[in-house]
Design a protein around this ligand. Structure first.
Ligand SMILES: Cc1cc2nc3c(=O)[nH]c(=O)nc-3n(C[C@H](O)[C@H](O)[C@H](O)COP(=O)(O)OP(=O)(O)OC[C@H]3O[C@@H](n4cnc5c(N)ncnc54)[C@H](O)[C@@H]3O)c2cc1C
Length: 478
């Protein structure tokens, strides 16, 4: 007999654990399980093991709204975040709901029975589960491997090439010449973390990114430490939310002001011999791509000390001893780290089917950026690009809790967002980062108006997701 569950959560990372914790609390009568393909929980915060791995958004908003982040650091290290997520799983009894080594590969909705049939790969062979509601908390990238372009001459290179997503546990880079290729959050984390032990670390970027120093410990959070947690946490959270939102809004309305602010801070932090225009002046506006925060200016300090340097150029070819650049310059290397990014994989690679038809994700429109048009009883968590992921994840959870309650009250078993042909299409993410552009054809589109438009704005989403009526004329219940 196929086992049936009321709600099935896929993924035991920050989103899946948060969702399961709240569903267990708010809907205790519903049967619930979390299927996780790996051996352990924590998702991103367990997978990534490179030196210095940390958050690049503040922990008061990367923490759940309903379970304060109690660590000292505003930008926290990976192991502390993993501990926090696992503590929550234990405290809320989610531990008992997680089933490991269960990879969901396919899910088919049948309107006649109002059920999902979910195909799962397990070490004991394929397995089938039926569910009333499916939640995709699978993150946004491929766990099998990151984006790793092959460079000319890479085979000639006598040293080691490593991608941060597959960091070898025993990799010893003490006294080695390291080149980190990339300019994103991972590269700016790796460079200062490796610099103290390596002989030298060179950050090699094709083009610059906006980089801004942020206090590793939040001064306001420290000052409010004496207040009870239930008062201090919301204050610090809202302070972080509003500052992030204001910076994003400023970047849209007056990019010149933010550009000049970042530039002044960068000049102040850098040694005079480093050319700010060459290495720290992107061609795009702040927040067209994710802005990189560095705690207490650690990257700039490594550049000042001379233990790290920055080169902006393109790779002509790897050589036996390093990398030759288009300018003719050669950088010697024993170890090259390709911090070239992630491969986006929507919904953990799960193929969805509705009444016998496979769903082409790109043909669907995202509803409130948490459901797909034409796909019943399915919700997913994809966080913000310009603010902490968990802000959105919490809203998705709250919405699903409300939606299920509404369905209970009205005796509904099926809910689907019905697409309106009059609503125009827009790309799912308004972001120019390479990893986003590479994946636009694989993700849903969004619409040109509410509730199909994702604004990347927590404050407005609080209204549309937390407060607006469930019955909005777009959702069809049966
Ligand atoms: C290095 C790094 C740093 C980051 N820093 C920040 C930050 O500072 N702030 C921020 O807001 N965001 C950050 N992010 C984004 C980050 O991914 C989110 O913050 C958050 O951890 C996502 O949680 P999640 O549970 O949604 O996804 P994940 O953490 O990716 O977890 C998804 C889980 O689903 C499982 N899974 C996937 N597919 C399947 C399947 N088919 N079947 C079964 N199980 C499946 C995976 O094994 C995994 O356990 C960072 C990402 C990376 C890679």
């Amino acid at each position: 007999m196929t086992e049936h569950l009321d709600v099935l959560v896929v993924g035991a990372g920050l989103s899946g654990i948060g969702t399961a914790a709240q569903l267990r609390k708010q809907h205790p009568h519903r049967s619930l399980a979390v299927l996780e393909m790996r051996d352990v929980s924590g998702g991103t915060w367990d997978l990534f093991r490179y030196p210095g791995v940390r958050s690049d958004s503040d922990m008061f908003t990367l923490g759940y709204r309903w379970r304060p982040w109690r660590g000292e650091k505003a930008l926290a290290d990976g192991p502390s975040i993993l501990q926090y997520v696992r503590d929550v799983a234990r405290e809320y009894g989610v531990d008992e709901l997680i089933r490991y080594r269960q990879r969901v590969v396919r899910a088919d909705w049948d309107s006649a029975t109002a059920r999902w049939t979910v195909q799962v790969e397990t070490p004991d062979g394929p397995h089938e589960i039926s569910a009333g509601f499916l939640l995709g908390c699978t993150g946004y990238y491929d766990y099998e491997g990151g984006y790793a372009p092959v460079f000319p001459g890479q085979d000639e290179f006598a040293g080691q090439v490593v991608h941060p997503q597959q960091w070898p546990e025993d990799l010893d880079y003490t006294g080695k010449k390291v080149v980190v290729i990339g300019s994103g959050a991972t590269a700016v984390t790796l460079v200062p973390a490796m610099a103290p032990d390596a002989e030298h670390v060179t950050m090699l970027q094709r083009s610059p990114t906006y980089i801004l120093s942020a206090p590793g410990r939040d001064p306001i959070a420290r000052r409010l430490q004496r207040l009870p947690e239930r008062i201090a946490y919301p204050i610090v959270r809202w302070k972080s939310i509003l500052i992030a939102l204001a910076s994003y809004q400023l970047s849209r309305k007056r990019p010149d002001v933010l550009r000049s602010f970042i530039r002044k801070n960068t000049i102040k932090a850098l040694p005079p011999e480093i050319d700010v225009d060459q290495h720290f002046k992107p061609t795009y506006d702040p927040w067209d791509q994710r802005l990189c925060l560095v705690p207490d200016g650690d990257l700039f300090q490594a550049l000042r000390r001379g233990t790290a340097s920055i080169v902006t150029d393109t790779i002509e070819t790897f050589t036996e001893t390093g990398i030759r650049l288009t300018s003719g310059e050669e950088i010697e290397a024993d170890l090259v780290v390709t911090a070239t990014g992630l491969k986006i994989l929507p919904f953990g690679g799960i193929t969805l089917g509705v009444d016998g038809q496979d769903v082409k994700v790109h043909d669907t429109m995202a509803y409130k950026a948490l459901m797909l048009s034409g796909v019943p009883n399915f919700a997913y968590t994809i966080g913000y690009t310009n603010a902490s992921w968990t802000l959105k994840a919490d809203l998705v959870t709250e919405y699903v809790v409300r939606l299920l309650r509404h369905m209970d009250e009205h005796g509904h078993r099926q809910v689907v967002a019905e697409r309106d042909p009059a609503v125009g299409e827009r790309p799912f993410m308004d972001f120019s980062s390479g990893y986003v552009l590479r994946a636009l054809d694989e993700v849903p589109v969004q619409g040109d108006r509410a509730p199909w438009l994702l604004k990347q704005n927590y404050v407005s989403d609080v209204r549309t997701i937390r407060r607006d009526d469930i019955e909005d004329g777009v959702l069809r219940f049966a």
